[in-house]
Design a binder for this molecule. Sequence first.
Ligand code: F0G
Length: 460
Amino acid sequence: MKTMIRKSWAEPYKIKMVELLTMISHTQRNKAIHEAGYNTFLLRSENVYIDLLTDSGTSAMSDRQWAGMMMGDEAYAGSRNFYHLEEVVREIYGYKYLVPTHQGRGAENILSKILIKKGDIIPGNMYFTTTRLHQELAGGKFEDVIIAEAHDPENEFPFKGNIDMDKLERCIKKYSAKRIPYVSMATSVNMAGGQPISVANLKELRALTKKHGILVIHDMTRVAENAHFIQQRERGYANKSIKAIVKEICSYTDGATMSAKKDALVNIGGFLAINDRDIFEEARNMVVIYEGLHTYGGLAGRDMEAMAIGIRESVNDNHMHARVGQVVYLGEKMMSYGVPIVRPIGGHGIFVDAKRFLPHIPQHQFPAQTLAAEIFLDSGVRTMERGVVSAGRKANGENYYPKLELVRFTIPRRVYTQAHMDVIAESTARVFERREFINGLKMVYEPKYLRFFQARFAPL
Ligand code: F0G
């Protein structure tokens, strides 16, 4: 049977419209990154050649999605597109109730406000920046219960998104179930490098949380990519469709927050989905304060229509093989040049290990921030820091010093070609060749919240 499996991931689409790229000179890039305070978030996108800042809201929509945009029902209340989206969320993910939001963090805000009381503990499989901040702003404290392998960029464990059940049990024992409103479980753990959680682990999580009456809330931003890895790596799943695996994953959880800007192939959108009627009623009421009426949640009707269509496209097996296949292609190319990356290769991008790339730069001189700036300088490829700057400060003001100090090369869906991947890998290899001559940075401006977006730096 094995020989029947098609290895090639050639794109299951053809190109109907293109967006022209520009490439500025090295001198102009030098000026641009200086003006941006050596923070790639502060660059103007017109100065960027290949944009790998994020896979969020940067996907190319299909002709069907664009056609859906023309079918927007822009009624203030009860838009037809809302009901279509609700139907798709029920069918594909299996969650009962839907509250649309403008993007993922809108859902995180509402959910955290409803479920978290001051002094609560929220265990999770590694943090995500906005998710943890909303938990903290609601009075909670995040507790990392991901397996230790996730913090080691060289460990080849196939499910580095798994939860360490012993750690979680100890956490429940220590704080008591009463102080734990839910476990915050993400599929395709972003900060670990896009690493998946296994179905076996999810089943254990369900059993343990059920015993203690604790909810599981699923950050399902990249659930279909996680399903792809389950299909590839977990025993018994090789012949199941991505669609079936996605639904199974969701069935072990009580609700979800979604940034539809990733998996779901739209430029804007998100939602909160939940099975509990009372939580839904509260969320449906609260969304009116922060986002908009419960049948649009900060979105236009056309956005909800594009999302409904995008969700269906996201669970197509051919789509997902090409999507992750392109990421793997880039990762393997980088490894062939000796560039140290997080292994196994994750679903949404390549995470270069800045600690090994620039071992002479200590973490307080921001090796990953430095490397992202250097890669932009070399070729106009825009990446982003996922290390000490992204980790931010604890409530007591101390810096978090995460084990992982990474530069993320995030691949937008259906946007770039294999030739672009070659250019990206070659540029990274060039910077790698001159790595000894690269110096670190100092932070000269630090905003209060989510500092990585707006902090400024200067060369040492
Ligand atoms: N959860 C995860 C796992 C995410 O990756 C993101 C966003 C969010 C929640 C928040 O969603 O942006 O729609 O409000 N990640 C983007 C990124 C920003 O670049 O990884 P949002």
